[in-house]
Design a protein around this ligand. Structure first.
Ligand code: NAD
Length: 428
């Protein structure tokens, strides 16, 4: 079969394969292959120089049978409706696999936010809400930050929505700043969530975590807390992280064979996850080629940067020692690489299970907003651990029972939960 031409085609193909395994009815497949609702709209924004610029915005609501749609808003110059559709579909499966009562959504704007002033960004996100406010809300669809958007923007969007509906409504959006309706633990959530699943995978494989080493790709939000968690919670050693150097326009692997210190590296890393390699070198770190992380002799690999990094070519560089691949990033493994990983019997924690910690704490944020009562960081992270552990075990049980790869098992658990909700509500 030819390679899919875009992400949405890939999302549909992944669904089709599992629909076949689950022997789903054609009508059920027809509902789940496509988003239930799609919005495409123009956002006029007054620029600082007094001119008006028109931006293209999107929101896709894939499926809300299990609860309000949930998913981020991306700002990217190459954003497309198909990309937003794919990501909304994956959000449905991600929320279902961690069993939180939410559906799948995603939004976007075609823009490079780095070209906008602070005031222009504020007017753009307020404009997005003005177009969408009748179709979002704590009981309809709850956006969040994503590529190119941040907590401050979520604060402005919550304010705009609250003004339009005439009442303070923090639960309309998550990923808000702390003190502005945000939740403790959101910063750590995705990286720590990755580590909770790695811990469970190690238990299953009977590995002693204190004797294990890891190589991590990336050093942004997910990778930083995955590194801290691997060292401080599991007692293991992280031998390298990698990053994209914006000045050199090249990627590097930052290595220390006796173990990196993520707290030190965070001090010399900018807001985009770019490490100051001169300072790292001065502190005794080895600066290697950006691809070096993939061939390290480690027990665990955590791709936590970009999609498509473990592909048909790079998969052959993975050391024979590797026992676990935990997908912190979305879509880091291509279908060709999946075949090799499966054959080699490397234990895979698939992306929409592995990195579901972020959306889980976003759900907790909405719950706290509803109660108007806020939990401590410890309470949030304990609840997160419970959710991630239960989700991991549900997928592992399915994988053992049906003798399927962990990625297929995760899809089977999620799709079965969504289909069951459709049956219970009488949709099918
Ligand atoms: P981020 O922007 O904070 O960090 C990305 C990191 O990847 C940076 O350190 C950057 O330098 C590095 N990088 C970029 N290109 C690289 C390359 N070619 N080689 C090596 N490193 C490179 O992003 P993040 O929030 O940490 O997200 C990372 C991944 O996890 C993305 O795929 C994202 O979609 C996914 N994810 C994030 C969250 C979350 O809550 N942050 C939740 C779910 C999934």
């Amino acid at each position: 079969m030819s390679e899919p031409t875009n992400e949405f085609e890939m999302a549909q193909r992944q669904f089709d394969q599992v629909a076949e395994l689950l022997k789903l009815d054609p009508q059920v497949r027809d509902i789940l292959r496509w988003p239930l609702r799609e919005f495409s709209f123009r956002i006029p924004v007054r620029m600082d120089d007094g001119t008006i610029r028109i931006f293209q915005g999107f929101r896709v609501q894939h499926n809300d049978v299990r609860g309000p749609n949930k998913g981020g808003i991306r700002m990217h110059p190459a954003e497309t409706l198909d990309m937003v559709r794919a990501l909304a579909t994956w959000m449905t499966w991600k929320c279902a696999v961690v069993d939180i009562p939410l559906g799948g959504g995603k939004g976007g704007v075609i823009v490079d936010p780095a070209t906008l002033s602070t005031g222009e960004k504020e007017r753009l996100v307020r404009g997005w809400v003005q177009q969408m406010w009748k179709n979002i809300g704590p009981r309809q669809d709850v956006p969040a930050p994503d590529v190119g958007t941040n907590p401050q923007m979520m604060g402005w969007m919550m304010d705009e929505y609250s003004k339009l509906v005439g009442q303070y409504t923090p639960g309309v959006i998550t990923g808000k700043p702390l003190g502005g309706g945000g939740s403790q633990g959101r910063t750590e959530a995705t990286g720590y969530g990755v580590i909770y699943t790695v811990r469970e995978a190690m238990k299953h494989l009977k590995l002693d975590s204190t004797q294990c080493t890891a190589a991590i790709q990336g050093f942004g939000n997910v990778a930083q807390y995955a590194a801290i968690g691997f060292i401080e919670q599991l007692g293991g050693k992280v031998v390298c992280v990698s990053y994209w150097d914006r000045e050199d326009r090249a990627s590097y692997t930052v290595t220390k064979n006796d173990g990196i210190d993520p707290h030190f590296l965070m001090k010399i890393t900018d807001q985009y996850g770019s490490i100051d390699k001169t300072k790292a070198k001065a502190a005794g770190y080895l600066i290697e080629d950006g691809n070096a992380w993939i061939s390290k002799d480690v027990d665990v690999m955590i791709p936590a940067a970009l999609g498509g990094q473990v592909n048909g070519e790079s998969v052959h560089k993975i050391s024979q020692k590797v026992k676990i691949i935990a997908e912190g990033a979305n879509g880091p493994t291509t279908p060709d690489a999946d075949v090799v990983i499966k054959e080699r019997g490397i234990f895979l924690v698939p992306d929409f299970l592995c990195n579901a910690g972020g959306v889980t704490v976003s759900y907790f944020e909405g719950v706290q907003n509803d109660m108007n009562f806020y939990w401590t960081k410890d309470e949030v992270l304990t609840k997160l651990d419970t959710k991630m552990t239960e989700a991991f075990n549900a997928v592992l049980d399915m994988s053992i029972k049906e003798k399927v790869y962990m990625r297929d098992a995760a899809y089977m658990v999620s799709i079965a939960r969504v289909v069951k909700a459709m049956q219970l509500r009488g949709w099918i």
